[in-house]
Design a protein around this ligand. Structure first.
Ligand SMILES: N[C@@H](CCC(=O)N[C@@H](CS)C(=O)NCC(=O)O)C(=O)O
Length: 248
């Protein structure tokens, strides 16, 4: 999540803005279509088009990064979560949060769920190990790790929450980082030598951890983040986000 420069004035220093912004249901803005369906195949292709409800510099940038890596046909609907309520978006995602997608007539929220779903819908991109392959277990693990362990550990650290470790399902920040580090010591990516959707989820959040100054210089983790942020698809997301943020 890349919200460091656009933090809400109420957000405590060093904490992710998305997680701290006052509860504000968003208002949809302009629609931005990319990769229009080709004439002739319009109906079929259009059914495959993923609509992403997106706010630049938030968790939905992770979903956009995934769509870019998948090469999936998509359109963006700008939802400014920093502005007032919008009933029509709450119909798409009752939590009022981005990301959310619509695809094949269904709505889906939660970044990790969106990632699992899109990897299965666009298997040819090879961003997930095949169903039944040994690496599939790790694919599920890291998808649950991001919202269930990494995010709460990150927020707890940024907010200075104090609680008994055994009571906290996510353990603690240091243990969370060392789990990732141990895996990266054996390969460039979480699933080994090949980049996958797990890296978008976990690596994307680690980029956030670094930007918010929650971690000191850490060679293994930092070179992993650098490797991910050097990807063409990641750079395209920066450009799209900058453009979208500038036009709202
Ligand atoms: N658990 C959700 C969290 C989504 C989330 O908190 N999104 C923030 C932006 S980063 C948001 O939409 N905040 C607006 C609000 O809560 O009103 C996910 O992983 O998708």
């Amino acid at each position: 999540m890349r919200g460091a420069r656009s933090r809400s004035p109420n957000a405590p220093a060093g904490s992710p803005e998305c997680a701290n912004s006052p509860r504000a249901a968003p208002a949809p803005g302009w629609r931005w279509r990319r990769r229009r369906p080709r004439l002739g195949l319009k109906r079929e292709k259009h059914a495959m088009t993923v609509t992403l409800y997106h706010c630049p510099g938030t968790r939905s940038s992770g979903a956009l990064w995934l769509l870019e890596e998948l090469g999936a046909p998509y359109e963006l609907v700008h939802v400014d979560v920093r502005k007032g309520p919008a009933e029509d978006f709450v119909k798409i995602n009752p939590s009022g949060k981005v990301p959310a997608i619509r695809h094949k007539g269904q709505s889906l929220g939660e970044l990790a769920a969106i990632s699992l779903y899109l990897c299965d819908e666009f298997p040819d991109a090879g961003l997930a190990p095949e169903f039944g392959s040994p690496q599939r277990a790790a694919h599920y693990f890291w998808h649950v790790f991001r919202p269930g362990v990494l995010e709460p550990a990150m927020i707890a650290k940024s907010q200075g929450w104090i609680a008994e470790r055994g009571m906290l399902g996510w353990g603690d920040f240091e243990n969370m980082i060392s789990r990732i580090e141990r895996v990266l010591e054996t390969g460039d990516y979480l699933l080994g030598d090949a980049f996958s959707a797990c890296d978008i989820l976990v690596g994307g959040a680690l980029g956030w951890v670094r930007r918010f100054g929650l971690i000191e210089q850490h060679d293994t983790i930092f070179s992993y983040i650098d490797r991910l942020e050097d990807r063409d698809a990641f750079r395209r997301v920066q450009e799209i986000d900058a453009k979208m943020a500038g036009s709202s």
